[in-house]
Design a protein around this ligand. Structure first.
Ligand SMILES: [Cu+2]
Length: 549
């Protein structure tokens, strides 16, 4: 069944106990889990209500009977002249979004999905830093959506076509007209051709739908895939590669008894939007409870949390550590040894796991008490050479004194009289209001994300990478009554795995999260938003404009 806000809070509390973050400290300092911002409410009144609906209990499914699928590599369709008039022709890809049905598990009927290249996740792009490529993203989907559109949501009105898509390459430093602006959607039978310059460090990027007001439904239907950029520095590190490098796209879903995707709806007639979606079924690369046979050696796992709303706290049943070597925007300065990998929606983790000495064991990747997938360690295989380097990529801290501007931006949730969430806003502003964030190209800014809500929100800025400065708990009540940030504890530095370049940051409840951003790349209109897709679709997204310097 759809998870209520109360269950979310329970999960959040489990998580908080696991972390040594300000979130924990904020709770210990007596901050309540109130959902109120401008409207103060108690937890009890903020319970999320959705229509009861039968779903498949994943615990009834046989475990580890399907091999882990590895998404295919995207194939070049030809070469096209570069739009910037350069002499070289660029690799050109044509990717069609199509409806298809595929089994998520051996014992389930095929599930209708929408996928890039008719697969979920879509084909993996692989390219080198500095090597541009072009993609024609073709909408070959049906005219009717199969998930519940809420026409009362801004940008999804009933007079608009039901099926609209636009592709965003998350983490890409791309020109504005190739970034997938949410209003640049197009309908079945149409396409858009985008240029990705790839002038950026090696990293795990991912592409997904970004259509105004229905992103949550389009991604839930399956419109997501990985895009890997490599570079010379990374290649020189001799990291596990080829069949020892495994992409893991992990997300949660709910399934109706007929094996079809179920997306929860509210109790309000004509307004089906719900504020958060938590599926109890975890899917990896398109399968439920898959297994992977591995050799007793090191593997590199490229992990994406592709969920609408669920965070993952991943651990191995063997109790062995992960060596996290990279985050959203590439390699960390040095490997971080972790028993738990925490990933909010849209965040990525690049990790190495060593199965040496585990011959014959079956090791389960878990999210808290839920089993996600199994590694079966074989007893043979060629001898492994090389060890994990101590130093990866240096990350030079952006100095705070280089910032020309500091912006304070609130994250707020708005409830109706019955205490139900009706929308979320960034700095109290709706999507359609004039652009307020206009950084100048090639300048540095500090953004203070003041979270007035009871939820952690993964905040993503398009086009740029940034660094996390710190997180500091403050008193929400004082803010709501006096509009002043009154800190109630010291600032905490980012977690070790957050000390690299990020493009999505977890803004904890009752905490000011500070990030420092160098606006390098291209001028133009982009967006910043919460990556809980239900929030993003309901106004927790704002345009921002990078001005010419
Ligand atoms: Cu949010």
């Amino acid at each position: 069944m759809p998870i209520t806000r109360r269950q979310l809070l329970k999960e959040s509390t489990i998580l908080a106990a696991m972390l040594t973050s300000p979130w924990t400290r904020a709770a210990q300092a007596g901050l309540t889990w109130c959902s109120g911002s401008e409207v103060l409410q108690s937890d009890g009144r903020a319970l999320l209500k959705s229509q009861p609906h039968p779903t498949i209990n994943p615990n009834t499914l046989a475990r580890f009977v399907d091999p882990l699928p590895i998404p295919s590599r995207a194939k070049i369709s030809g070469y096209r002249p570069s739009p910037d008039g350069a002499r070289d022709k660029l690799p050109f890809y044509r990717i069609e979004m199509r409806e298809f049905a595929e089994r998520l598990h051996r014992d389930l009927a095929p599930t209708r999905q929408w996928g890039y290249g008719a697969s979920v996740p879509g084909p993996i792009f692989e390219t080198q830093s500095g090597k541009p490529l072009m993609v024609e993203w073709v909408n070959s989907l049906p005219e009717k959506h199969f998930l519940p559109i809420d026409h009362t949501i801004h940008g999804a009105e009933a007079n608009l076509p039901e099926v609209r898509t636009v592709v965003h390459l998350h983490g890409a430093k791309a020109p504005a007209d190739s970034d997938g602006y949410p209003e640049d959607w197009y309908i079945p039978g149409k396409s858009a051709t985008y240029l990705y310059p790839n002038h950026q460090d090696a990293a795990i990027l991912w592409y997904h739908d970004h259509a105004m007001g229905i992103t949550r439904l389009n991604i839930y239907a399956g419109l997501l895939g990985l895009f890997l950029i490599r570079d010379d520095l990374e290649s020189a590190l001799n990291l596990p590669s080829g069949k020892y490098e495994i992409p893991l796209v992990i997300y949660d879903r709910m399934l109706s008894p007929d094996s079809q995707l179920y997306y929860p709806v509210s109790l309000k007639a004509g307004a089906p939007w719900v504020p958060e979606v938590y599926g109890d079924t975890i899917v990896v690369n398109g399968k439920i409870f898959p297994y992977l046979e591995v050799e007793p050696r090191k593997y590199r796992l490229r992990i994406l949390n592709g969920s609408n709303g669920r965070f993952f706290a991943l651990a191995l049943s063997s109790g062995q550590p992960f060596y996290q070597i990279g985050t959203d925007q590439g390699l960390l300065p040095s490997p971080v040894v972790l028993r738990n990998i925490l990933l909010f929606p849209a965040e990525r983790a690049d990790v190495v796991v060593d199965f040496a000495g585990k011959e014959g064991q079956r090791i389960v990747l878990k999210h808290q008490s839920k089993e996600v997938m199994q590694f079966r360690v074989l007893s043979g295989g060629p001898k492994e050479t090389g060890s994990l380097p101590d130093r990866l990529r240096p990350v030079t801290a952006i100095t705070q004194s280089s910032a020309t501007r500091t912006r304070s931006l609130t994250l707020g949730e708005y409830l109706d009289a019955s205490g139900e969430s009706i929308l979320m806003l960034l700095n109290g502003l709706h999507w359609k209001m004039p652009v307020t964030e206009k950084p100048v190209l090639n300048t540095v800014e500090i953004w203070n994300l003041i979270n007035l809500t009871g939820d952690a929100h993964p905040i993503h800025l398009h086009m740029v990478r940034f660094q996390i400065l710190d997180r500091r708990p403050f008193d929400i009540f004082t803010y709501n009554t006096q509009k002043q940030v009154k800190f109630i504890g010291p600032p905490f530095p980012p977690e070790p795995a957050e000390t690299g370049w990020k493009d999505t940051v977890r803004a904890d409840p009752g905490v000011v999260t500070r990030i420092i951003i160098h606006f390098e790349g291209y001028p133009g209109r982009y967006v910043w938003h919460c990556h809980l897709l239900e929030h993003e679709d309901n106004e927790m997204m704002r345009p921002y404009e990078i001005l010419h310097s």
